[in-house]
Design a protein around this ligand. Structure first.
Ligand code: HEC
Ligand code: HEC
Ligand code: HEC
Ligand code: HEC
Ligand code: HEC
Length: 393
């Protein structure tokens, strides 16, 4: 196939990447071409049930990027992000946008409904299919509204990613919850406020999205400023496997050979975590500050809020009473009835930022200055003594 005809073939396929076409095509892919590892077939790829009796045949190998996509987390049909609602049998409006293809199409208005809102519950059983990211509506979409209500324009194809990877709360959610209460007063009605998972878009946009709790009177980093074109989701991540890239980084970041070595990347010469090491990766600066923030949260909770606190990264709602005050949570302690209930406004703000950083494992690459500022300011707010040896970026 010559170059020109390859391009036109590709164009045709993209044009045909509309939901019904691939659904029809996919219905006839032999079972052997499907992906047993993920339980995904080309028909789940588009999020539509196969239509019987149609004559179109396109084998999976000829659907461009099918295998890349099928190996991605977006196609992992057995992930909790897709199976969580199986017992109930439907996905509620508040969750459907990011956890199903029909819910996403509903949110962006590609199904003819009003954009910006999910109007109805979505069926279970879909993944993030081709048809979510490829349709006429999404092609026009370049802006994203974040939970802070701030809207960011001109995002191009990355608007798709950020519509889901933006978190469910914002600093403003915390501000509203603590309004009218003294900073160090235990407020029994306060509950932990959770950013949710993998809110990379909110990290990347920094203060343009105000995903973190930003303390009054301080400047915060804006959208990540990295040499072009490595500023967007789809230049740093593979388009369809969505794995973080490493080969293009090596040109400017010495020592990068694979994904594991990305954490060694370092350009800034400022010691942010106070350990005197300015050669360790920026990822280590972020991780060390994160550790210091948890210790400071624990000290404050014990001394000021009057009840010891512990954090569990995988048990909802993450912060629990550290009943035996041993600085760690046992399985028994990390249970719902023992959830932390002595929140003061100051504590809630710091805990919110702690989780904001913790639930974005790519935070160091997405926007190190922003997350370092958030953690620095939370530390300082808990006690000025926490930051005497630290430098704010
Ligand atoms: C704005 C988008 C968005 C909304 C709305 C949303 N989620 Fe999520 N959720 C995500 C993303 C992104 C992940 C990916 C986590 C990952 O990659 O591990 C996720 C992950 C999850 C997981 C899997 C966690 C794990 O440990 O693997 C569960 C469970 C979940 N969400 C529940 C919910 C529920 C319940 C709702 C509605 C009340 C909801 N989500 C609404 C974006 C969203
Ligand atoms: C999570 C979102 C997402 C999903 C799911 C997805 N794609 Fe894409 N795809 C993109 C983005 C972003 C681009 C680049 C911008 C564009 O061309 O729209 C792209 C580009 C493409 C292109 C053009 C690439 C080129 O080289 O010019 C094709 C063809 C394509 N996708 C096919 C598919 C197929 C088939 C599936 C399902 C098997 C799929 N995509 C699933 C996001 C997605
Ligand atoms: C419709 C919502 C949606 C869209 C659009 C979307 N994602 Fe996701 N993404 C998710 C969910 C849900 C998961 C978790 C899937 C799982 O647990 O297997 C996820 C997982 C991921 C992961 C893996 C996270 C992990 O924990 O391993 C990466 C990386 C990712 N997405 C990047 C992207 C990029 C880049 C784009 C745009 C091209 C994008 N996503 C578009 C919902 C979405
Ligand atoms: C400067 C490059 C860069 C940009 C821009 C970028 N990422 Fe990342 N991202 C990374 C790196 C590097 C990691 C991996 C961190 C690690 O594993 O050490 C990562 C991790 C992630 C993860 C978590 C993956 C996991 O396995 O837990 C998600 C989800 C993600 N990115 C989504 C996005 C989305 C969505 C965008 C756009 C809003 C984006 N990223 C923009 C480099 C980038
Ligand atoms: C063209 C050269 C170039 C390429 C290619 C490049 N970077 Fe960078 N990177 C830089 C420069 C210059 C900085 C310092 C920018 C700043 O923070 O002001 C930087 C900063 C960073 C930082 C923060 C380091 C610190 O100390 O704060 C991370 C993380 C990073 N890059 C990741 C990546 C990843 C991941 C890739 C590949 C997907 C990549 N870079 C590709 C030039 C590059």
């Amino acid at each position: 196939m010559n170059h020109r005809s390859r391009i036109s073939w590709r164009r045709t396929i993209i044009g045909l990447c509309s939901v019904p076409f691939i659904a029809l095509a996919a219905a006839h892919v032999p079972a052997s071409a499907q992906q047993p590892a993920t339980g995904v077939s080309p028909s789940t790829a588009v999020g539509q049930p196969p239509a019987a009796g149609q004559g179109l045949m396109i084998p999976a190998e000829r659907i461009p990027y099918f295998h890349d996509w099928a190996s991605s987390p977006h196609a992992k049909a057995d992930a909790r992000a897709f199976t969580n609602w199986n017992e109930v049998g439907e996905i509620p409006e508040t969750c459907a946008r990011c956890h199903s293809t029909p819910g996403f199409l509903d949110y962006i208005g590609a199904d003819g409904s009003a954009p910006g809102v999910v109007d109805r519950k979505a069926p279970t059983g879909s993944v993030i299919a081709c048809g979510a990211c490829h349709n006429d509506t999404v092609r026009q979409m370049a802006a994203v509204t974040f939970p802070s209500t701030l809207r960011v324009e001109d995002l191009g194809a990355n608007a798709r990613c950020m519509t889901c990877h933006q978190g469910r709360t914002a600093g403003a959610t915390v501000t509203a919850a603590v309004l009218g209460h003294g900073e160090d007063t235990v407020v029994p009605e306060l509950e932990f406020i959770n950013i949710h998972y993998r809110a990379a878009g909110a990290t990347l946009m920094g203060t343009m999205a105000r995903g973190g709790y930003e303390y009054g009177g301080l400047p915060y980093a804006s959208q990540r400023r990295h040499p072009e074109p490595f500023n967007t989701c789809t230049t740093c991540h593979e388009l369809h496997t969505v794995a973080p890239k490493s080969e293009p980084c090596a040109a400017c970041h010495e020592g990068v050979t694979n994904r594991e070595s990305l954490v060694s990347i370092r350009k800034s010469l400022v010691d942010h975590d106070g350990n005197g090491d300015i050669v360790e990766g920026i990822a280590a600066e972020v991780a060390n500050l994160h550790g210091r923030l948890l210790s400071a949260i624990q000290t404050y909770a014990r001394d000021v809020a009057g009840a010891s606190i512990g954090y569990h990264p995988h048990a909802h709602p993450y912060f629990f009473n550290d009943v035996d005050d041993d600085g760690a949570l046992s399985e028994e302690e990390a249970k719902m009835p023992n959830k932390y209930a002595s929140w003061t406004p100051r504590l809630l703000k710091a805990a919110y930022n702690y989780q904001f950083v913790g639930k974005d494992p790519g935070a160091y690459a997405h926007n190190a200055p922003y997350v370092i500022q958030l953690m620095h300011d939370s530390l300082a707010d808990l006690s000025e003594a926490n930051v005497t040896d630290l430098t704010r970026p």
